[in-house]
Design a protein around this ligand. Structure first.
Ligand code: AMP
Length: 160
């Protein structure tokens, strides 16, 4: 048996180095805040410990279909002791439960989008999961709410 490679490392149980986790929720259809509340409860009962939730940020839809409603975004800080891909499976199952098709096209209105922004100071480059989220540092709707919940050293890491 080979010793574990970097590619396998993310599949191992976290010993805490993947924490804290920063998630970003977004949505722009009716009932967004109710969807966010349900998603937070679902995360909590599935082993994701919610530590802090930002105020909602309402911001115009950019690059969506004409007439798309404003987006609401929140940042959620928490702890996860499973693997990164188990967390992605969970967030994706919540998106689908909340009415988002699994093959949802980019840049259209959506019931809920849950992105994994940070897992501590880790960098992951897996086919299904890139962390830090590659677009996060250029998105004000991620950075602004994240400032409310992230420790300063992780905020600096996210913005670097
Ligand atoms: P989107 O529709 O923009 O939310 O993108 C979803 C796709 O991005 C899925 O296929 C995920 O596997 C992939 N993905 C890669 N990195 C991440 C991440 N950090 N958080 C959420 N989804 C991710």
């Amino acid at each position: 048996m080979h010793s574990s490679s970097t590619a396998e490392a993310p599949e191992q149980k976290s010993t805490g180095s993947f924490n804290p986790v920063l998630l970003s929720f977004g949505g722009n259809l009716d009932g967004t805040m109710e969807r966010f509340e349900r998603a937070l409860r679902r995360l909590s009962v599935s082993g994701f410990k919610v530590l802090n939730v930002s105020e909602p940020l309402v911001n115009p839809a950019v690059g969506c279909e004409p007439g798309a409603g404003d987006f609401t975004n929140i940042s959620v800080l928490g702890e996860w002791n499973g693997t990164p891909l188990e967390l992605l499976d969970l967030t994706q199952s919540i998106e689908i439960e909340e009415g988002r098709p699994a093959d949802h096209p980019h840049w259209v209105s959506r019931t809920i989008d849950i992105d994994i922004i940070l897992m501590g100071f880790q960098r992951l480059d897996l086919p299904r999961l890139k962390v830090p989220h590659p677009l996060a540092s250029s998105r004000d709707f991620v950075l602004t709410p994240s400032r409310q919940v992230l420790p300063p050293d992780l905020m600096a890491f996210l913005e670097a």
